[in-house]
Design a protein around this ligand. Structure first.
Ligand SMILES: [Zn+2]
Ligand SMILES: [Zn+2]
Length: 179
C-alpha cells in the first residue's frame, strides 16, 4: 500500500487494526498488536498487555466505518467518536527524521487513547478529501478484510494483490466458460 506520508499513518494503522481484530484470519494477540504499533510508527514500547482489549474494541468500532456504504452513516459515526474521544492537539517533535508534527490526544493520554485520536483524525481527514471512495471491505469473494487506498489513482477495491489476482483469474475463467 502506498501511504501519503507520516501524516496519514493513522489510516494504515486503522486498516491493520480492523483486520487484526475483526477479520477471519486476523491475529489480535498482544504480540501482534505490539508489532502493528511498531510497524505504523506508534510508541509500541509503551504497549502493555492491559491495553490489548481496548485496541481490539477500537478495531471493532472502526470496522463500522469501513463497512459504511453511505457517506452520512460514516460521517455520523466519525462525529460521534470525535465527541467521545477527548482531543487536545499539540505539536510534538520526538522522532527524527519526521520532525515537527501534530499529536491530537492530550500529552498525558495513554497509548490506546493516543492511537484512537490519531486514527480518528486521519480517517476524518481522508473522508473530507475523498468521501468513501478510498475505503471499504475487500471485493474478493470470501474475504472480510478492509482496505484504504491512499495512492494517487485511488482505484483499489481489494485488501491485497493476492485478492485482486484471485478475483481477476476467477472472472477470466468465467468469461472463458461462457465463450
Ligand atoms: Zn508523534
Ligand atoms: Zn481481500
Amino acid at each position: 500500500m502506498q501511504i501519503t506520508g507520516y501524516k496519514s499513518h493513522g489510516v494504515a494503522a486503522s486498516v491493520a487494526l480492523v483486520n487484526a481484530a475483526t477479520s477471519a484470519d486476523g491475529d489480535d494477540s498482544e504480540e501482534a498488536l505490539r508489532d502493528l504499533l511498531r510497524e505504523h510508527g506508534f510508541f509500541w514500547h509503551q504497549f502493555e498487555p492491559r491495553h490489548a482489549e481496548s485496541f481490539r474494541e477500537w478495531g471493532r468500532t472502526l470496522r463500522r466505518f469501513f463497512e459504511a456504504t453511505e457517506l452520512t452513516t460514516a460521517v455520523d459515526l466519525l462525529n460521534r467518536l470525535l465527541l467521545q474521544i477527548p482531543m487536545h492537539p499539540h505539536l510534538a517533535d520526538h522522532d527524527d527524521p519526521v520532525g515537527l508534527h501534530m499529536h491530537y490526544a492530550p500529552p498525558s493520554a495513554d497509548l490506546p487513547h493516543r492511537f484512537r485520536a490519531t486514527t480518528l483524525m486521519n480517517l476524518s481527514e481522508l473522508v473530507c478529501k475523498h468521501g468513501l471512495s478510498r475505503t471499504g471491505v475487500c471485493a474478493a469473494e470470501g474475504c472480510d478484510r478492509v482496505y484504504a487506498d491512499t495512492s494517487r489513482a485511488g482505484r483499489r477495491r481489494f485488501c491485497s494483490e493476492s485478492c485482486a489476482n484471485r478475483t481477476n483469474v476467477a472472472a477470466f475463467r468465467a468469461r472463458q466458460r461462457e465463450t
